[in-house]
Write a protein that binds this ligand. Structure first.
Ligand SMILES: [Zn+2]
Length: 306
């Protein structure tokens, strides 16, 4: 009985943690600012989160990604312009629209074709990265080397959004409340076509989506389903999906991840996400994280650069 109660408690608290993690990307400007201040109050002066989180300008020099997606940085980052014909940058007050030029160029090119290829009016772009990459004061274990970007599952509305709307409006949750599938009242064929357009792009290394979304894509994909291999289930990702590019060849200090397992990932791999076991494995990022001196060598230097 006692064991049962304890496991119930663990499940409930972890469930709550998972909810708050997935809600982070949705935080409006005031909530984000409160989280930033709370984190800054706890961090030592040489915490990488603090140093990279407060950098307002990119490090000059030829663009290169350094380190791991979850422990790295980027030199020569460029900013995705806040407005383009087929995109708008969301949450502009966070100053996280910076990335490797390879990623920023890719997003602009892909967005241009989406009205035709996917019936998707344009991208609402969420967090990309900080001006020098690195760990952030709030949210995200990755997004550190300028090769990750979050894309909202909401199409670009007609007319331009104001800065205040971009900082405060909520994205669309496309997953059913029990988390086991998409919400049929919200999910549209265009969502599948949008994800397929990204997954088929040769630049994309992998895409993270909620397991309920992966389940829908497995069901809706036709006979040509090789693109599903790049779509990986992960916690959260019900309001946005996350695209990751591979390390550019010239960036010898950038560490690629292990390749995705071969196959469409629609079998036992996906089923696991709907078992009780996953509830106990909600990932948690370290509260303080590494010091600057514990970052890859090139990142410690970049943190100090003018
Ligand atoms: Zn992300």
């Amino acid at each position: 009985m006692r064991a049962a109660l304890v496991s119930l408690f663990v499940a409930v608290t972890l469930g709550a943690a998972a909810l708050s993690t997935s809600a982070l990307g949705q935080d409006n400007a005031a909530q984000e600012m409160a989280r930033r201040q709370a984190m800054l109050a706890r961090l030592p002066a040489d915490a990488a989160k603090r140093v990279f989180g407060l950098a307002v300008r990119p490090a000059a020099g030829p663009a290169h990604a350094i380190g791991d997606y979850t422990k790295g940085c980027v030199a020569g980052a460029v900013q995705l312009p806040p407005d383009g014909p087929t995109w708008e940058v969301m949450r502009p007050s966070r100053n996280r629209a910076w990335g490797h030029p390879v990623l920023i160029g890719f997003l602009q090119r892909l967005a241009a074709g989406l009205p035709t290829t996917a019936g998707w009016s344009g991208l609402l772009v969420g967090d990309i990265g900080q001006p020098r990459g690195g760990p952030m004061l709030t949210g995200h274990a990755s997004h550190q080397v300028g090769l990750d970007a979050d894309i909202w599952l909401t199409p670009m509305p007609p007319g331009r959004l104001s800065a205040a709307e971009r900082d405060n409006m909520s994205a669309t949750d496309v997953v059913r409340s029990d988390g086991r599938d998409i919400d049929a009242r919200v999910w549209q064929p265009q969502h599948r076509r949008l994800l397929e357009a990204f997954a088929r792009a040769p630049e994309v290394e992998r895409i993270f989506v909620n397991p309920g979304i992966k389940r829908a894509l497995c069901r809706e994909a036709g006979a040509d389903r090789a693109w599903l291999e790049r779509i990986r289930p992960w916690w959260g990702h019900n309001y946005h999906f996350h695209i990751r590019l591979a390390c550019p060849r010239a960036d010898t200090e950038c560490h690629d991840q292990r390749p995705t397992p071969p196959g469409d990932g629609c079998g036992a791999d996906l089923d696991w996400w709907f078992t009780q076991e996953t509830k106990h494995l909600t990932p948690r990022e370290p509260a303080i994280g590494p010091r600057v001196s514990e970052m890859p060598f090139g990142c410690a230097a970049l943190a100090r650069a003018p």
